[in-house]
Design a binder for this molecule. Structure first.
Ligand SMILES: *Cc1c(COP(=O)(O)O)cnc(C)c1O
Length: 386
């Protein structure tokens, strides 16, 4: 079967794929259909948190599939309840709504912010402020939230009630809040698609204080940065703030579709029966997979993430062909002298799969990538940058 030509003929042309067909893998190593080995420094865009076909994850998924693969949300299931409890304990949030993707999690977060403001301040307080250069998803509402015009294309009109302010500009944020009827502020503390940029600590703290003062719902989008990737369970924990709502997805279930809207004290009871829902949300297999991931994101694992991060930052900082290193934890952006796309192609040729974000090379390896494998990949990337 010619995968390439059949895919090109029958799959909608939304993805510009690389001419590589992946067949299988183990941990941080994957193999294409010709048996060529690659080190996976992208982990499915930060999804396979413990690598490909991880043993513990696999066992959890297979066990749950043998028990019950889906029940409607009309009934209780153990994996779903257990996961919600773990997430609340690790995040400081109080209640969780489960969906199936990052965009869906953000939709839930936006609904929570709007309902809170409508009840508290009035129905005209519906506007959500997000940051320029942000990315929040591909649905018409999360596209409206996304502060990058090039994603908006010919899909107008998008959902009304969104405005964007420049990142790290607290005065602009205060002005936007003073001049508009604001329900919520939503931001990634480490912008991913926007170029792997961690926000300034002063700005994040300032926004959190502003939200408290003005009773505005602070939503942190941890779809990419969450679940251990930043070196803490959630990236906002690096900033010493407590948001009102946290959305997450990508790495949470280690490779199965899931999204979570976590509601803090202020909005924990904002949703009543019928306010929100999702047929697949809280699926027991996805939740069992997520439990197998979340249970292993402990202090020892996080310390390991920070160590590997320090190694990557030290190796690339000031290296030949590297202009800047950005990000946090195992969410790393490399501003390369050569075009990032060229570096990516060279790495692929030499057996390392990387990502790009804007003009940067982006690295999102599995949290448990073994040090020797990481070193091997880093050497190949370094050589490709020169
Ligand atoms: C990937 C991403 C999303 C969208 O997630 P999907 O699962 O693709 O819907 C939203 N926000 C951020 C920060 C992301 O990185």
């Amino acid at each position: 079967m010619d995968i390439f030509s059949i895919d090109n003929q029958y799959i909608a042309s939304t993805y510009k794929r690389f001419p590589v067909a992946i067949d299988h893998g183990k941990g941080s190593e994957v193999y294409d259909i010709d048996g060529k080995r690659y080190i996976d420094m992208g982990s499915g865009i930060g999804v396979t948190a413990f690598g490909i076909a991880d043993d513990v994850w696999q066992k959890a998924v297979i066990e749950q599939i043998g028990k019950v693969q889906h029940m409607s949300n009309l009934y209780y299931t153990e994996p779903c309840a257990k996961l919600a409890e773990s997430l609340c304990k690790k995040s400081g949030m109080k209640k969780v709504f489960f969906g199936n993707s990052g965009a869906e999690a953000n939709e839930g977060a936006i609904k929570a912010a709007r309902k809170y403001a409508a009840e508290k301040k009035g129905a005209d307080y519906y506007t959500i402020i997000t940051l320029e250069n942000s990315f929040h998803g591909r649905t018409l509402t999360t596209l409206a939230a996304t502060g990058q015009d090039h994603f908006h294309g010919l899909f107008q009109p998008l959902t009304p009630g969104f405005m964007h302010v420049p990142a790290n500009d607290l005065d602009a944020m205060k002005k936007a809040v003073a001049e508009n009827k604001i329900a919520g502020i939503m931001m990634e503390v480490i912008q991913g698609e926007g170029g792997v940029k961690a926000l300034d600590a002063d700005f994040v703290k300032g926004v959190a204080e502003l939200c408290k003062e003005q009773d505005i719902v602070l939503v942190i989008d941890e779809v990419q940065s969450g679940n251990g990737r930043s070196g803490r369970m959630y990236a906002y924990q690096n900033y010493d703030i407590l948001p009102d709502v946290v959305s997450t997805a990508k790495g949470l279930a280690g490779g199965l579709p899931i999204g979570a809207v976590m509601l803090g004290e202020k909005v924990k009871d904002i949703f009543s029966y019928g306010d929100h829902g999702s047929t697949f949300g809280g699926n027991p297999v996805a939740c069992a997979a997520a439990n197998s991931i979340v249970d292993r994101i402990d202090e020892a694992l996080l310390a390991e993430v920070r160590e590997k991060s320090a190694y990557i930052f030290e190796t690339f900082d000031g290296a030949q062909g590297i202009e800047a290193v950005s990000g946090m934890g195992l969410m790393v952006g490399l501003k390369t002298v050569k075009p990032a796309g060229d570096v990516l192609a060279e790495c692929m040729k030499n057996g390392v799969l990387c990502l790009t974000a804007k003009d940067k090379l982006r690295l999102l390896p599995a949290l448990n990538i073994p040090m020797p494998v990481l070193k091997e990949a880093v050497e190949i990337i370094k050589a490709a940058c020169r």
